[in-house]
Design a binder for this molecule. Sequence first.
Ligand SMILES: [Zn+2]
Length: 115
Amino acid sequence: MSEHIPFGYKCLNCGKLHYPKHGRCLQCKHREFEKVPVSSEGTLITFTQLKAPPSGIESRSLFLGVIDLGDVRYTGQIEVESIDSLHIGMKLVATWKQVRTIDNRSIYGFVWGPP
Ligand SMILES: [Zn+2]
């Protein structure tokens, strides 16, 4: 199994998958989770443009979306040319790449984009 596949947090009580991690399960309020691999392909449910990205992100703006992976709704960064390239229901795939720089260190993560 490649280490560069997206993962979610599965509730140890009811099995609900989350990403990002929450302090308590959204379904049963349990507090313990295990990391499990999730699909690297999904469908865009909703998205937003962040006009003031956190420090270390060089682009002027970035897109965040909620991606339906089948068993989890995954909140992630999306990379497209412009917001006009995004539409609800489009297919997205995850790519492992550099997402930001902090103190000259490259930070890697998943970025979602059209296949
Ligand atoms: Zn639960």
